[in-house]
Design a protein around this ligand. Structure first.
Ligand code: PRP
Length: 184
């Protein structure tokens, strides 16, 4: 079976994503270009890899990168259980303004915990959040988004880094999965 047979519709096209990435990079650049602190972009593995790579290439200011691995999902619903699988390389972030790069904000369980961890445990000077896809209808914990790509409905989306059972991350667009795929 190929990907196309599993996708019901394209929700956000490659062109729309490209435009949003350029807009978000412009907003981040504007906010940090004159800061006297170092800028650190932290990507949340694995979903944000594609978004992170694209936004990095659009930022024309000095910055460093790091990655964190957190897991909260099982299948198509968020379990609310946070597992930290990898810390950033840097143990102290007091020299940095941090921007967290995340593919999707769903229940908010992952990000509400993670933003607190970066600020309170790792001492980041500032922590801002850049999210490409926001599903507000699913929110359980309040999370402030500083840079937002798209507000999306409560559908199970895949592509542009987002997976279902580890597949579809390499689609260049975001599509809605046909129910038969996850209903078996
Ligand atoms: C997804 C997504 C976010 C989180 C959002 O990651 O990339 O990190 O879930 O969900 P929440 O707002 O309900 O906490 P996932 O755990 O699926 O891991 P992955 O990025 O490796 O696919």
């Amino acid at each position: 079976m190929n990907y196309e047979e599993c996708i019901e519709k394209v929700l956000v096209s490659e062109e729309e994503i490209k435009a949003a990435v350029e807009r978000l990079a412009g907003e981040i650049e504007r906010d940090f270009k004159d800061s006297d602190k170092k800028l650190l972009l932290i990507g949340i593995l694995k979903g944000s890899v594609v978004f992170m790579a694209d936004i990095l290439k659009k930022l024309n200011i000095p910055l460093e990168t790091d990655y964190i691995k957190v897991s909260s999902y099982g299948g198509t619903s968020s379990s609310g259980h946070i597992k930290l699988k990898a810390e950033p390389d840097r143990e102290d972030l007091s020299e940095y303004n941090v921007v967290v790069i995340e593919d999707i904000l769903d229940t908010g369980n992952t990000l509400s915990w993670l933003l607190g961890h970066l600020k309170d445990d790792l001492n980041a000077t500032t922590v801002k959040l850049c999210v490409l896809f926001n599903k507000p209808s699913r929110r359980k914990k309040e999370v402030k988004i500083d840079y937002e790509g798209f507000e999306i409905p409560d559908e199970f989306i895949v592509g542009y880094g987002l997976d279902y059972n580890e597949l579809y991350r390499n689609l260049p667009y975001v599509g809605v999965l046909k129910p038969f795929v996850y209903e078996g």
